[in-house]
Design a protein. Structure first.
Lengths: 113, 113
């Protein structure tokens, strides 16, 4: 019973183009969402987050969109760079709860030069 | 100046053995976590400690016992290792928990033969 799903295990994009990574969740109680990036042999590193009171949050080349009615969020990377090649994890949590995050299974992004 | 460190990075051991993984954070955070990344790549919370007090204990076999000697350390001891325990284990920390960003260690790849 996976409450956070990333249905695309991999994505390849040409350098300079937009990368769109998707994430779906089933628990409507989740009220904040995060994206983490992970390189091989390293731990995940925080990338960007969004609270459920917003539908968009932007940080440089990274933008996260939240569609609460569809229980869907996406991460846009524009323009994509080869250094963005990594596994991207979507995570969801409940503020005010016991500090628990639920992670998706990750999407391997490959940016081709 | 590593923020969250784990030792060892790799651990290969025989079934039935007892082993420990150590985690230390120098960020001054109050909350620490252990996650397990299984073969399907999901990151699943195992335990969470806040100021040395256990606050999350997911349905993990009681062969797994976390120990927090102080708020900068959260070690994971595993008794009677089984083949299914093979996974990558990540330690993480956050300032307070809830919506605070979690910072991950590099992971420990445990292989049980």
């Amino acid at each position: 019973d996976q409450q956070v799903k990333q249905n695309s295990p991999s994505l390849s994009v040409q350098e300079g183009r937009i990368s769109i990574l998707n994430c779906d969740y089933t628990n409507s109680m989740f009220d904040y969402f995060l994206w983490y990036k992970k390189y091989p042999a390293e731990g995940p590193t925080f990338l960007i987050s969004i609270s459920s009171i917003k539908d968009k949050n932007e940080d440089g080349r990274f933008t996260v969109f939240l569609n609460k009615s569809a229980k869907h969020l996406s991460l846009h990377i524009v323009p994509s760079q080869p250094g963005d090649s990594a596994v991207y994890f979507c995570a969801a949590g409940l503020s005010g709860s016991a500090r628990q995050l639920t992670f998706g299974s990750g999407t391997q992004l490959t940016v081709l030069p | 100046d590593t923020a969250v460190s784990q030792t060892p990075k790799y651990l290969v051991t025989q079934m039935g053995n007892d082993k420990s993984i150590k985690c230390e954070q120098n960020l001054g955070h109050d909350t620490m976590y252990w996650y397990k990344q299984d073969s399907k790549k999901f990151l699943k919370i195992m335990f969470s400690y806040n100021n040395k007090e256990l606050i999350i204990n997911e349905t993990v076999p009681n062969r797994f016992s976390p120990k927090s000697p102080d708020k900068a350390h959260l070690n994971l001891h595993i008794n009677s290792l089984e083949l299914g325990d093979s996974a990558v284990y990540f330690c993480a920390s956050s300032l307070r928990g809830n919506t605070d960003t979690q910072y991950f260690g590099p992971g420990t790849r445990l292989t049980v033969l």
